[in-house]
Design a protein around this ligand. Structure first.
Ligand SMILES: [Zn+2]
Length: 254
């Protein structure tokens, strides 16, 4: 409660400074305004793109997807050391010194970072998974982003080794990036089956920038029930509610 009051005070005081100075306010408001998952109407906080018509996440209705022989996903992943930061909304692993690439439809994207959401952000036929990882990639030529979403299902007590390594390096402090000697390979978190859904959407956190290519893996990977609880305990629910599909189509790889 104390935290919330404090953050509201910050928002009010920065607005007051804006009124007094009448300059540079909009930019300051847009880039620093606090946001959280209690009030997800982020457009009202100044993140105007969050009210756009091409937003993520969506509910993927399998009877309405366009089933087509899409390109195979070509992952060229290599081991790298975890460099990790708790940004207050999730815990993010940043790219290391090795190259990690995704090629699809003739475009090669470079891995930037991954992070998690509990429960999943995307739904399939109205059903959520326990967790969703986002592997964010960038086309170095155009700057366009492609995000691979991997669903995680909590079941039984067999730990997912990739998630164990990730969780074991969670920093105690927020906003401080920690370099570690723990090595991971992103291959180890991909599901065995490479079928996917794809559509155009947005970042699921402010500033909700649109025009991202989403690649949602159809098959979920497993983790233990305890692991899911551990991730939930760190950031409670950090999943944005489902957004309207509007005039978009979701393609499904046969
Ligand atoms: Zn995400």
């Amino acid at each position: 409660m104390y935290k919330k009051i404090n953050l509201r005070f910050h928002a009010l005081s920065s607005m007051a400074i804006c009124i007094l100075l009448m300059t540079g306010c909009k930019k300051e408001e847009e880039t620093t305004q606090h946001w959280d998952y209690e009030n997800t109407d982020w457009a009202t906080l100044g993140y105007t793109d969050c009210a756009g018509t091409v937003q993520t996440p969506i509910d993927i209705v399998t009877s309405q997807t366009i089933k087509t022989p899409l390109d195979e996903l070509e992952f060229n992943y290599n081991p790298f050391n975890i460099s990790i930061v708790d940004n207050g909304h999730t815990v993010q692993v940043n790219k290391g010194s090795s190259t990690n690439k995704l090629t699809v439809d003739g475009v090669t994207f470079e891995f930037q970072q991954f992070h998690y959401h509990t429960h999943s952000e995307h739904a399939v036929d109205g059903a959520f998974n326990d967790m969703e990882l986002h592997l964010v990639h960038k086309d170095p030529v155009t700057g366009n982003l492609a995000v691979v979403a991997v669903f995680v299902k909590g079941t039984g007590n067999v730990e997912n080794p990739f998630l164990s390594k990730y969780f074991s390096e969670f920093p105690a402090e927020q906003m401080k990036e920690i370099a570690t000697n723990t090595t991971i390979n992103l291959d180890d978190i991909l599901p065995f089956q490479r079928g996917y859904y794809t559509y155009t959407g947005s970042l699921t956190t402010p500033p909700c920038t649109q025009g991202l290519r989403w690649i949602v893996m159809k098959e979920a990977v497993n983790a233990s029930v305890q692991q899911i609880s551990n991730f939930e305990a760190r950031h409670e629910i950090n999943a944005r509610p489902i957004q309207p599909l509007n005039n978009r189509f979701v393609l499904e790889k046969l």
